[in-house]
Design a protein around this ligand. Structure first.
Ligand SMILES: Cc1cc2nc3c(=O)[nH]c(=O)nc-3n(C[C@H](O)[C@H](O)[C@H](O)COP(=O)(O)OP(=O)(O)OC[C@H]3O[C@@H](n4cnc5c(N)ncnc54)[C@H](O)[C@@H]3O)c2cc1C
Length: 396
């Protein structure tokens, strides 16, 4: 009887993890199934570009996993029954239930509405491809004339506002943020950011908390009404409610609490990686939901799965965060390094070079994710007859 590993999600964390597991584990002993809502690997880091009107390359998951023995199931996960080790999925054929022995949960995150009335009904977001495409259709409807209000002052809000303003110069783009725009950046980077907003004609409303979104406006806490033909909600990410509803221990934003091996603390047969995992980094702070965090959390989760199932030592993967790379349209960007306490350093790389570097990083990441087993050693480890859960990890 094969040990059934089910990987939920084939984004940055899931696609890497599934490919790596397939490369390392013997297919006589292990059956690996990947469930993903979309048939493609979606380059989520470029969804603001998709929304603004640019086309992204299709990367069909069937091609990504070709030749790996991975079973691909294109379906939406609706529930995880952590007690009975089943996953409920729905697709064009109806509802189905998959059984697992080990689950890797990498369903990512979605836009956090913070309970603000009207966001779900009237606002757009860029956290997933379907929602980015809805925003794109709305911007197409507006054509050369309309008001776009981006809500949020962090990375996704900045990237969305600048991309839309650059791609659609006829639209009047503004941004409302409860804090200061890029207030966390070092002096050089912040100056560059504000100049870019000026150049692109984006109006900035700082210290403005949006409390309600309506069909054609957004209303701030002080009563100011911002007319808006398309309100883009980019005020942070939260994890899909599936995790909490499944009985897994989660924190306030829905992220699953894990131990150092990336196992759910409430259900150790469930491993978590990427945005869905609540992980404390080496600096003692929670890792931000980011592609940069998906890398080490996936490596740790897959190393732990392999170690625990095959009886090997589990290396400790360093959980650090080096900085933010923020695009400002296609020709401009900022790379802001941070120190060990996650404070922005005074130096930063800004302008065309930063944009070129970011684009190269994104292309490399997408290529690597689309070729998940390229260049990796192939071991084909067997299932340990006596399964030992290694209590500790060892330094890499
Ligand atoms: C516009 C934008 C720009 C970003 N820019 C950056 C950046 O510059 N740098 C950076 O580090 N991070 C960036 N991020 C964050 C980054 O995209 C995420 O942190 C990263 O994608 C997390 O990887 P993940 O594998 O956890 O989730 P994802 O990559 O989102 O993968 C989750 C997968 O699960 C699938 N899925 C979700 N729900 C279900 C379901 N119910 N059933 C089946 N499948 C499901 C999805 O289709 C997807 O394939 C950006 C995010 C956005 C939205």
């Amino acid at each position: 009887m094969q040990h059934r590993i089910v990987v939920l999600g084939a984004g940055y964390a899931g696609a890497f993890s599934a490919g790596y597991l397939a490369r390392q584990l013997h297919s006589d002993d292990f059956e690996i199934t990947v469930v993903n809502a979309e048939p493609d690997f979606v380059e989520r880091l470029r969804l603001h570009q998709l929304a603004a009107g640019q086309d992204l390359r299709h990367r069909p998951l069937a091609e990504v996993f070709a030749g790996t023995d991975i079973r691909l199931r294109v379906a939406r996960v609706t529930q995880v029954d952590a007690e009975h080790r089943t996953v409920t999925v729905i697709d064009g054929e109806g509802i189905d239930r998959l059984e697992y022995d080990t689950l890797l949960y990498t369903l990512g995150s979605t836009a956090a509405d913070h309970g603000v009335p009207g966001v779900n009904e009237h606002a757009f977001h860029v956290a997933a491809r379907p929602s980015a495409l809805r925003l794109r259709a709305r911007l197409d409807e507006l054509g050369e004339d309309g008001k776009v209000l981006v809500v949020g002052g962090n990375l996704t809000a900045i990237e969305a506002a600048t991309e839309i303003a650059e791609s659609r110069p006829g639209l009047r783009v503004s941004l409302a943020t409860s804090g200061e725009l890029g207030g966390w950046l070092g002096t050089k980077a912040r100056r560059h950011l504000l100049r870019a907003f000026d150049r692109l004609g984006i109006a900035v409303h700082e210290h403005t908390t949006i409390e309600r979104v309506e069909e054609a406006s957004a209303v701030a806490a002080d009563g100011t009404v911002f007319a808006s033909d398309a309100t883009v909600w980019a005020a942070g990410f939260a994890v899909h409610p599936i995790a909490a509803a499944s009985g897994l221990e989660v924190v306030a934003n829905g992220q699953i609490t894990v131990d150092r091996q990336m196992r759910s603390v409430s259900h150790p047969d469930i491993y978590v990686a990427g945005d869905s995992a609540f992980v404390i980094g080496e600096n003692g702070r929670p890792l931000p939901m980011s592609c940069a965090s998906a890398g080490p959390t996936s490596k740790q989760a897959t190393a732990a799965i392999i170690g625990n199932l095959t009886g090997r030592k589990i290396p400790t993967i360093t959980m650090s965060y080096v900085g933010n790379h923020i695009s400002l349209g296609r020709k401009d960007a900022i790379f802001q390094p941070v120190d060990g306490a996650a404070r922005s350093k005074s130096r930063a790389l800004c302008g065309r070079t930063a944009a070129r570097v970011k684009s190269a990083i994104l292309d490399t990441a997408a290529w690597a994710l689309s070729h998940p087993t390229f260049g990796m050693p192939s071991h084909k480890y067997r299932l340990a007859t006596t399964r030992e859960h290694s209590p500790d990890v060892v330094a890499a």
